[in-house]
Write a protein that binds this ligand. Structure first.
Ligand code: BDR
Ligand code: CA
Length: 305
């Protein structure tokens, strides 16, 4: 499958890029300001591709900040000032392509039917692409997002970081009619790595595995300082795996909208549980999914028209 990853690396974004390059024909990486300023995350994307020997994959820089207001600095607490603190990555051998990331997304998706987009940062670029080309939303074979939560948040009690960093963009994207798979915190918290798992990466013995282990150890300790939990969720790789290994997931269909105005709830992804259960034909068909989802605490929610 052809894919583009739109990201803000970010430790877990770095792993997502590596996974996406392994499992898809990766047509490009677009970057968005999020975990760190745009120039940092763009440099990080170039470094990660250099590390895995894929400097052939184009990188295009997109939006520096959200549709409204300034880029929040909350990402620094877990990713450090560079966005990828904690590991030595190779210097990039090339620069970004002379194309804006939003234009690159639109042109590449429109020119390559069947392309999936994986979004692991704030949804600014994706919303701008939808604004630029009205056919963009429905032209993506699938849009797999790491963002939001059907339970509780991480950056605020109600909101997950990517949705909170640009709620207006998230609102546009969730209402767009795209074939959207949401990998929210309710899902990604089940994909946490602890010191033992990181040790298994390191034991693989390759340079890439060593760098990934260093990155994950930094990320794990930063998260532990903040939350007290010894294991850190590998959020972003879930949005890749939802496409490359869907058999690992249980999917449920539900309507999800994004709160942009609440004092306490700005950036919250509100899942309408009634759409999982109410008497419509689709509701009856999804009742089994809902049961499994409730029993196992597992959900990847997807909006379907
Ligand atoms: C998301 O926020 C970022 O810090 C991570 O890279 C991930 O995309 C998790 O809330
Ligand atoms: Ca991210």
């Amino acid at each position: 499958m052809k894919a583009i990853i739109d990201c803000d690396p970010g430790h877990d974004d770095a792993v997502a890029i590596i996974l996406a390059a392994r499992h898809f024909e990766l047509l490009g990486v677009t970057t968005v300001g999020g975990n760190a300023p745009l120039w940092r995350v763009t440099e990080n994307a170039l470094k990660v591709l250099e590390l895995i020997g894929r400097p052939d994959i184009p990188v295009a820089a997109g939006a520096a900040g959200p549709l409204l207001g300034d880029l929040p600095r909350a990402g620094e607490r877990v990713h450090g000032t560079t966005g990828l603190d904690g590991a030595e990555l190779p210097r990039p051998s090339r620069a970004v392509i002379p194309r804006n990331g939003v234009e690159f997304l639109v042109e590449t998706v429109m020119a390559n039917p069947g392309t999936a987009v994986i979004a692991t940062g704030p949804l600014t670029n994706i919303a701008l692409a939808m604004r630029m080309e009205p056919r963009f939303a429905r032209s993506m074979a699938r849009l797999s997002i790491m963002g939001g939560s059907t339970t509780w948040g991480n950056v605020t009690p109600a909101a997950e970081f990517n949705a909170w960093a640009d709620p207006e963009a998230a609102r546009i994207v969730f209402a767009s009619g795209a074939k959207l798979t949401m990998c929210g915190l309710d899902l990604t918290r089940q994909a946490a790595v602890d010191a033992a798992a990181i040790g298994r990466f390191r034991a693989a013995g390759t340079r890439t595995a060593g760098v990934v282990a260093d990155l994950l150890e930094y990320y794990r300790s930063a998260a532990e300082r903040l939350t007290g939990a010894p294991a850190v969720p590998l959020h972003d790789p879930c949005a890749v795996a939802a496409l490359s290994a869907p058999e690992l997931f249980e999917f449920a269909f539900a309507r999800v909208e994004v709160e942009t105005r609440g004092d306490l709830t700005r950036g919250m992804t509100v899942m309408d549980r009634r759409t999982l259960t109410e008497g419509s034909r689709r509701g009856r068909r999804t009742a089994g999914w809902r049961r499994r989802w409730m029993q196992r605490g597992c959900s990847t929610s997807s909006r379907r028209r």
